[in-house]
Design a protein around this ligand. Structure first.
Ligand SMILES: NC(=O)c1ccc[n+]([C@@H]2O[C@H](COP(=O)([O-])OP(=O)(O)OC[C@H]3O[C@@H](n4cnc5c(N)ncnc54)[C@H](O)[C@@H]3O)[C@@H](O)[C@H]2O)c1
Length: 285
């Protein structure tokens, strides 16, 4: 798998599904988004459309380029339509039971030789690999949010994975203009293992009222030169996803400091999931 055009399947049509579809189609690959409803598929395709429209308006690409990108993006509601995929990237909710079900379906439909990848933030890629009858073909391809902006992609390689699969995934990611790093299958990999304790402690500080939510973010942007404050970043990631990530880290590292603070759990219970619902630690239009 070099620089040729591949058939990419993205399973899941949320924040990451739409973003990864955009990246892959922009890099010249054919993309099919597997969604559970026509409405959510349309939402993911609209994310790609909005992204290409923005690049046309900024004169980074031409209208013809935009049309070509959109012509490479399709969607389906059936796993059976993923049988031609060279690489499948799973982006469903951060929940092992849900992902295992998806991997069992992928094992059923994917062609021999297909790379089956997860975009999980913290869950065991090895466990997902072993949920299939072909663990050597499975690995993590962990894009960051927003996928079309963030340069880094973690290539998460379980011990069971074939080295050639890891190499092919790395080439694919580099071909998408991203910076791959190779990581062992450890909870949180590199970035989230280091980032989430910080984000959780920022939420703990907001809960304690040490400063206002706005001022906590202003302090970390101004004091550390971070592009975003920690509370706005939690809202961007999604509070449900963040709570799942923290619970996995707490369990895997046996450290209660990773346990999501009550403020985050309460917001999730109230359905305030961050930017994607318009309300989280902050409110969005
Ligand atoms: N949000 C981020 O910043 C970020 C960054 C990197 C990786 N990730 C990871 O990417 C994955 C997706 O995250 P997201 O932010 O796109 O989430 P999201 O909530 O925006 O989307 C989740 C998707 O999962 C689907 N889904 C939910 N329950 C399902 C089920 N039972 N069966 C099938 N599909 C189901 C939803 O319909 C939706 O398409 C997670 O593993 C997450 O950890 C997220």
């Amino acid at each position: 798998m070099g620089t040729e055009s591949l058939n990419i399947a993205v399973v899941g049509s949320g924040i990451m599904g739409g973003g990864i579809a955009d990246v892959a189609a922009t890099a010249g690959h054919n993309v099919v988004i597997k969604a559970r409803s026509a409405q959510s598929a349309a939402g993911a395709v609209a994310v790609v459309q909005k992204s290409v429209d923005r690049r046309v308006s900024k004169e980074r690409i031409t209208a013809d380029d935009a049309e070509a990108i959109m012509s490479r993006v399709g969607w389906t509601m059936s796993f059976d339509d993923l049988s031609e995929a060279d690489i499948v990237i799973e982006t469903v909710a951060e929940d092992m039971a849900i992902k295992r079900e998806v991997f069992a379906e992928l094992d059923r439909v994917c062609k021999a030789g297909a790379i089956i990848a997860t975009n999980t933030s913290t869950l065991s890629v090895t466990e997902l690999a072993l949920a299939t009858g072909r663990p050597t073909q499975v690995l993590g391809i962990h894009f960051f949010n927003p996928a079309n902006v963030m340069e880094l992609v973690e290539i998460v390689v379980p011990d069971v994975t074939d080295a050639a699969i890891a190499e092919a995934a790395t080439q694919f990611v580099a071909g998408c203009g991203k910076q791959p790093v190779t990581v062992l299958d450890r909870a949180g990999f590199v970035v989230n293992a280091l980032l989430f304790p910080y984000l959780n402690n920022a939420a703990r500080m907001a809960e304690a009222g040490t400063a206002s939510r706005e001022d906590i973010d202003i302090a970390m942007k101004g004091g550390c030169n971070f592009p975003m404050g920690p509370l706005a970043l939690l809202d961007l990631v999604g509070l449900d996803t963040s709570v799942s990530i923290l619970r996995t880290l707490a369990e895997k590292f046996g450290d209660s400091n990773y346990e999501p603070v009550p403020l985050l759990c309460d917001l999730v219970a109230a359905g305030h999931l961050g930017r994607k619902t318009g309300q989280g630690l902050f409110t969005y239009d």
